[in-house]
Design a protein. Structure first.
Length: 313
């Protein structure tokens, strides 16, 4: 099969299209003919060696976590899928989705939303699961609460705004001027242009502040966080780790960071949101697999609006 392979850490130039063997599936896995994947920051961070403490120096590596495609073979223990099923889901760390075929665990896959193309479905798993688990599991979001999403036009932020609305919250989205209309179209109740207004200097207090881009420190946000509010970040900075530990044992405001845990139950929940019109994806650009290097470079520029899709067929 064709796959994008790295044989060392480095810039986007280390991504090479090669012919490699198809993965062999275990009894609890599915073999997927990949129709689409997407680019997430963790992909290029892994490529650059920023996660080498986890990945080590074993090469070659095929990166990519998000996958949408067709089941072509199932392991002996698989019970929920059959050959020919259209699915979406996540590969296991450190990836494997940037290829014509991928092996994924049955419990990391779900039926593809019926109203999405493969490319659209492939942009959902990692980013939307991150948003869902940050708000529901860490933020303990409740209907009627006041929620702020910083980075509301980014890959995680677009889903966070919609999920918070679906769960009954009043949602404020923070983004740049050029993305105000987009975030409004995601049903945000209020949109703040961070180039003209600093939400941390406002008079409104929030039950949950979700920093979906990891750019506003808790120390800046705490004055606009309610006394029992929760600050959640996607970036485990030293401050977030220390404050998270301290607030775990103290009453009042809590600090947490989200580490996405892929699972089929949450993917099914997201599928229901999508099919009932409560959530959609936003695709900034779509690249073929052969152009993964410029796709990574574009993502690294951190100006992506929504998601970057990788189409294989």
């Amino acid at each position: 099969m064709k796959a994008i392979v790295i044989r060392r850490y480095g810039s986007a130039d280390v991504l090479h299209l090669e012919e490699v063997e198809q993965p062999k599936i275990r009894p609890d896995q599915l073999l997927i003919k990949v129709h689409a994947s997407s680019v997430n920051p963790i992909d290029w961070k892994t490529r650059k060696g920023m996660l080498s403490i986890l990945t080590g120096n074993k090469f070659p590596l095929i990166l990519g976590f998000d996958v949408a495609g067709e089941v072509v073979a199932i392991g002996s223990q698989v019970t929920r899928f059959k050959e020919g099923d259209a699915i979406y889901g996540s590969t296991s760390f450190p990836g494997g989705a940037y290829a014509e075929f991928a092996a994924i665990l049955e419990n990391l896959a779900a039926p593809k939303p019926n109203n999405l193309s493969y490319a659209e479905a492939a942009t959902i798993p990692l980013a939307a699961l991150t948003a869902l688990q940050a708000l529901r599991d860490l933020g303990n979001i409740k209907s009627g609460q006041n929620v702020l999403v910083n980075g509301a036009s980014g890959g995680v932020g677009i889903f966070a705004v919609q999920i918070a609305k679906a769960l009954g919250a009043e949602v404020t989205g923070v983004c740049s001027c050029k993305n105000l209309d987009l975030v409004k179209s995601l049903n945000a109740d209020l949109v703040i242009d961070y180039t003209h207004q600093d939400f941390t200097e406002g008079n409104v207090q929030y039950d949950i502040i979700f920093d979906a881009v990891g750019k506003r420190a808790f120390s800046n946000c705490r004055k606009v966080l309610k006394p029992n509010g929760v600050y959640v970040s996607t970036l485990p900075t030293p401050e977030v780790i220390v404050q998270g530990f301290l607030t775990m044992f103290l009453p009042g405001q809590k600090v947490k960071f989200v580490l996405e845990k892929p699972n089929s139950q949450d993917l099914v929940y997201l599928k229901e949101l999508i099919e009932t019109g409560k959530m959609r994806t936003v695709i900034d650009r779509t690249y073929p697999l052969e152009e993964l290097a410029p796709a990574h470079a574009y993502s690294e520029g951190q100006r992506t609006v929504g998601k970057i899709a990788i189409a294989l067929s």
